[in-house]
Design a protein around this ligand. Structure first.
Ligand code: NAP
Length: 302
């Protein structure tokens, strides 16, 4: 039976540490950290994520606000609200909630965010800093995964890691972070030949393909560490039942073989939110000129 890498528990610890740090430094800073979420359209999953992020902000003492544009908003309108947030001194972090409607250019919107407020770590400057191993705001999901692996005492040096998925949001920064921790990383994607064979070689699997149940029991080697990034709604099978969530890994079959595994829900998801809070507090500290930069989460991997 695999040990569960418990994202809920670790996120709770991060929140406690951030809450204490904010309370301690509030008077010196003169204002609380502020996070602005730019939401465009009515994607229901995005609505749930935005709400959860706002609730998490409230728990630690970050002031959050949501700028909600209709699905018909123009590129110029969204760009203008990002510019206003860039200029707003009470706003330390800006997050453009993805996905956005197809008529909008996500690259241009992400580029418009002030890199110092880019708490999703998706601005090219922050991605470049990550690639060079320089300090900067890190992509939340892979940073949260690194924290989970550290908390689970997974030794990454020399480990054979396979990352399935090469998105800018998850797979690419994940691969870089694992390499920087001295893992030997293979990247897989939709054109990878014989993915099952690649999986069987891996001692660490990070699965971010967005395909429910993609990784099955006969794809993994015993003792593998499995990080499941995928998140999918499973509709109720009959009336009266509630919808559930599943990941990209066939959990029931893989869990008995793995040494460690992240559950879905309760694994990567809560840590993604925790790292968003962490990035917002980090941005707040930077903008306060380092006055309050003394204490922060000792659990972080970087
Ligand atoms: P994405 O942008 O759609 O990227 C998916 C990646 O997986 C692509 O690189 C794609 O390859 C690859 N892929 C797709 N099908 C594959 C297959 N059959 N075999 C191998 N590779 C395959 O998705 P994303 O934004 O990275 O997110 C991935 C999943 O993680 C989604 O389920 C998303 O909801 C979830 N997610 C969860 C969290 C969290 O906090 N838990 C955060 C972010 C994302 P190509 O490049 O060749 O197309």
């Amino acid at each position: 039976m695999a040990k569960h890498l418990d994202g809920r528990l670790l996120a709770t610890r991060y929140e406690a540490s951030l809450r204490a740090s904010i309370a301690q430094h509030l008077a010196t800073a003169g204002y609380p950290p502020g996070l602005a979420v730019v939401r465009i359209g009515e994607d229901p999953a995005s609505g749930v994520y935005v709400r959860k992020k706002a609730q998490a902000c409230g728990r630690v003492g970050i002031r959050s606000r949501i700028t909600h544009h209709p699905a018909t908003a123009s590129q110029q309108e969204v760009l203008e609200s990002i510019r206003q947030l860039n200029a707003d001194p009470s706003c330390d972090g800006i997050l453009v909630q993805l996905p956005i409607p197809a008529h909008l250019d996500a690259r241009q919107l992400l580029l418009a965010v002030d890199p110092a407020k880019d708490v999703d770590g998706l601005h090219p400057l922050n991605l470049g800093r990550l690639m060079r191993g320089e300090p900067g705001l890190r992509s939340c999901t892979p940073a949260g995964i690194m924290a989970l692996l550290a908390q689970g005492c997974i030794a990454l040096e020399g480990i054979r890691a396979l990352v399935i998925g090469r998105s800018i949001l998850v797979g690419q920064p994940m691969g870089i972070m694992l390499q920087q921790a001295n893992a030997t990383v293979t990247m897989a994607h939709s054109r990878t030949r014989d993915l099952a064979h690649q999986c069987r070689q891996a001692e660490l699997l990070v699965v971010a393909a967005g395909k429910p149940g993609l990784v099955r029991a006969d794809w993994v080697r015993p003792g593998v560490v499995v990080v499941d990034v995928g998140i999918h709604r499973v509709p109720p099978r009959q009336q009266g039942e509630r919808a559930t969530l599943c990941g990209d890994v066939y959990f029931a079959a893989v869990e008995p073989l793995a040494s460690h595994i992240t559950p879905v829900p309760g694994g990567v998801g809560p840590m993604t939110v925790a790292m968003l809070l962490w990035n917002t507090v980090q941005a707040w500290q930077q903008r306060c000129g380092g006055v309050v930069r003394t204490v922060l989460v000792p659990l972080l991997p970087h």
